[in-house]
Ligand binder design. Structure first.
Ligand SMILES: NC(=O)c1ccc[n+]([C@@H]2O[C@H](COP(=O)([O-])OP(=O)(O)OC[C@H]3O[C@@H](n4cnc5c(N)ncnc54)[C@H](OP(=O)(O)O)[C@@H]3O)[C@@H](O)[C@H]2O)c1
Length: 315
């Protein structure tokens, strides 16, 4: 598992595999799609904005005219959208992997509610919990994998999702960090539950270090940072990397055949570097936190993961 010979610029041949990526319209999600498509995978780019999806698809096609890609509307903060997208994917068939990447990265100053839930929790956590549950059967049928996106911030700040909706004490940073602690905890909890139910699906977590758009090459319609952003981001060059490089850990977690369920991948130098096995923050590994959070997600989304049906789909 601690192999160092993984080459993110030379992925295994992924011909015949299908991956779905949330938040594929820019940032890490876009570059993950580009890397997967370049390795021959069929990639379903999802996003909440149809125009941005068109731009992202065109950009992947410009870099790789033979790319096997399609687009699908999916707003992770909207349960109706999640269910509709999942139904479309189930109807289309094969699914080898899910990259649960979409996220509110700069939360609003004041607490906002969408569909009855705090916006950051709804977008970063609930939508992904529901999507992974809704797609468990096709994932199991392909003996596939799901990757949740965490953050190194969870090792630095002790914000835990004990009050996931942040009814009291909302701050933008707290909402963000605890949403990432939640995705990490759910990733680890999902892997344990999948194993316990004999479902042949792996759940992993990955984090991209510190990846900024100003350190990322320009891509028309996808990454067009202002001069000021480029200037500011370049001041932080020693501790940052491009989003293209940040996507490496996410992609490795998704496709490295030797990766184990329950593992975490992140950059070798924590904030940047080649993808390596990483260690989730101790606080995100607390099983009582995971159990409470799982119940909260089930209640909020009305989604119960169909473990038994998924196991049967795989046999
Ligand atoms: N960059 C980093 O250093 C860093 C560090 C740690 C963790 N992460 C995590 O990595 C993931 C991607 O971050 P990023 O840096 O690539 O951010 P980004 O450039 O802001 O991209 C975020 C993506 O998520 C999408 N998104 C936001 N809300 C959505 C919704 N309701 N439904 C569907 N898609 C939605 C955005 O779509 P639109 O184009 O429609 O806005 C965009 O495609 C996030 O989960 C973030 O927490 C990033």
């Amino acid at each position: 598992m601690a192999r160092t010979d993984w080459d993110s610029r030379n992925l295994p041949d992924l011909t015949g595999k299908t991956y779905l990526v949330t938040g594929a319209t820019r940032g890490l999600g876009y570059f993950a799609c580009q890397q997967l498509a370049a390795a021959g995978a069929h990639v379903v780019l999802t996003g909440r904005n149809p125009n941005r999806l068109v731009d992202a698809k065109s950009a992947v096609k410009r870099s790789n005219p033979d790319a096997a890609i399609e687009t699908l509307l999916l707003d992770t903060s909207n349960m109706g959208s999640v269910r509709a997208a999942a139904a479309t994917v189930r109807a289309r068939g094969r699914l080898d992997g899910l990259l649960l990447n979409a996220g509110v990265v700069h939360p609003p100053k004041q607490r906002q509610v969408v569909g009855g839930h705090e916006l950051v929790f709804a977008t970063n956590v609930l939508g992904h919990f529901a999507l992974a549950g809704e797609l468990l059967k096709p994932l199991a049928a392909a003996r596939g994998r799901m990757v949740w996106v965490g953050s190194m911030s969870t090792s630095i700040w002790a914000h835990l999702p004990t009050d996931p909706e942040l009814v009291e004490g909302y701050t933008p940073w707290r909402a963000y960090v605890q949403s990432k602690a939640a995705t990490t905890s759910l990733a680890l909890g999902a892997d344990k539950r999948l194993r316990a139910h004999g479902v042949p699906v792996q759940s992993l977590v990955a984090h991209p270090g510190y990846s900024t758009s100003g350190r990322t090459r320009g891509v028309r319609g996808v990454n067009e940072p202002s001069r000021l952003t480029r200037f500011v981001d370049n001041l932080q060059a020693p501790i940052t990397q491009s989003k293209e490089q940040g996507a490496w850990a996410l992609v490795r977690a998704l496709v490295d055949p030797r990766a184990d369920g329950g593992a975490m991948y992140g950059p070798a130098l924590i904030a940047r570097g080649a993808p390596r096995v990483a260690t989730p923050a101790r606080r995100t590994r607390r099983s009582e936190l995971g159990a409470d959070l799982w119940r909260a997600c089930e209640t909020a989304t009305h989604v119960r993961w169909p473990f038994d049906r998924a196991r049967r789909a795989a046999s």
